[in-house]
Design a protein around this ligand. Structure first.
Ligand code: MUC
Ligand code: MG
Length: 375
């Protein structure tokens, strides 16, 4: 009897809202909770793969919202997936790119679910499907974003003491340049050489603000400036990268390999922030990294503040990169009060420890999912 061919049988997208451990203030939004889109893809061999699409502050950060991602998957991507071979991930992703332009976050969640299932099918972690992990753990920074300088210093001291993080990223760009510089300088002065301090302006400054701000932050001993000016203005980023010694990192300005090529050609940045969601999946993130490598540009493993599934998917991807000089910010699960996976990711000695099990190495806690899913 002919063996039934392997097929995708169903695709489900579930909205989940998880509370954060404290308010998280960014230039464009203050988060009290995080909304995840959890994707479950089942196939005819009985296997299920899971993925996650998550953004920050509704539509205030990126062009896809949690609700929009679910609609895109339910209405357009799922029908194109059912009946396809889940083990041919390249072919499935090509098909999705024909069915839908853009929508990288939604596509990323689907690719993650396919990779998770394929890893389970073959009994290997996702990093093995990518050619193998060159690092088993990843350095992880923490973002101080309570909105209060004294509280941020306290938080940093506790995390240093617990040996959980030794690099801190401050979210600025919400207040005046003067106030932001004073906030950052106080924190850097309190921590001294015991910690690295970086800032993320999330595009909030004009070029003139940036010149004044970066000059002062450089003098205060800040180690890295992330996306100071609007993403469209690559020339401004290039002038800042040329003018200052402190490294300038592109985040919102780089999604996939085409952006990386443009930024490299324009000498726009010293470091690129990679994120699997921005790139539209792990494979595309790896291709983005290759462009930076070819140009000798440093790399950083970024986050969209995903929960455990998206963060561990990112971790498998980052673990396979030849170069990752600036470490990662995969602290998303630690910002959430609770989780929907059975065993939460493990952080110790300043590192995230990547699960060793097949696929992502994670399992959904069905009771938690039922509790936190949107009705
Ligand atoms: C961003 O723009 O990098 C990463 C850490 C954090 O607190 O927010 C994100 C988004
Ligand atoms: Mg950023």
């Amino acid at each position: 009897r002919a063996r039934m061919s392997l097929q995708i049988s169903s695709v489900e997208a579930v909205l989940v809202d998880l509370p954060t451990i404290r308010a998280h203030q960014l230039a464009m939004a203050t988060m009290q909770r995080q909304s995840l889109v959890i994707v479950r893809i089942r196939s005819s061999d009985g296997l299920e793969g899971i993925g996650e699409a998550t953004t920050i502050g509704g539509l205030s950060y990126g062009e896809e919202s949690p609700e929009g991602i679910k609609l895109t998957i339910d209405t357009y991507l799922a029908p194109a997936l059912v009946g396809e071979d889940p083990s041919n991930i390249n072919a499935v992703m090509l098909r999705l790119n024909k069915v839908a332009k853009g929508n990288r976050f939604a596509k990323c969640a689907i690719e993650t679910a396919l990779l998770d299932a394929q890893g389970k099918r073959l009994g290997v972690p996702i990093s093995t499907l990518l050619g193998g992990a060159v690092r088993k753990t990843l350095p992880v920074l923490w973002t101080l974003a309570s909105g209060d300088t004294a509280r941020d210093i306290d938080e940093a001291e506790q995390l240093l003491e617990a040996r959980r993080h030794h690099t801190f990223k401050l979210k600025i760009g919400r207040r005046s340049v003067r106030d932001d510089v004073s906030h950052v300088s106080k924190i850097k002065a309190a921590l001294g050489d015991r910690a690295k301090v970086t800032v993320d302006v999330n595009q909030a400054w004009s070029e003139l603000d940036a010149v004044a701000g970066i000059q002062a932050l450089e003098a205060a001993g800040v180690d890295l400036i992330e996306q100071p000016t609007p993403r469209e203005n690559r020339a401004a980023l290039a002038r800042l990268a040329d003018r200052f010694a402190v490294p300038i990192m592109a985040d919102e300005a780089v999604a996939g390999p085409e952006d990386a090529l443009d930024l490299v050609r324009g000498a726009c940045a010293d470091v690129l922030a990679l994120k699997i969601a921005k790139a539209g999946g792990i494979y595309s993130m790896v291709r983005t990294a290759a462009v930076a490598d070819a140009a000798g540009i440093a790399l950083y493993g970024g986050t969209m503040l995903e929960g455990s599934i998206g963060s561990i998917a990112s971790a498998h991807g980052f673990s396979a990169l030849p170069q990752l000089s600036w470490g990662t910010e995969l602290f998303g699960p630690l910002l959430l009060k609770d989780d929907i996976v059975a065993e939460r990711p493990h952080y110790s000695d300043f590192d995230l420890h990547i699960p060793a099990g097949p696929g992502l190495g994670l399992e959904i806690d069905e009771d938690k999912l039922a509790h936190y899913r949107r009705a």
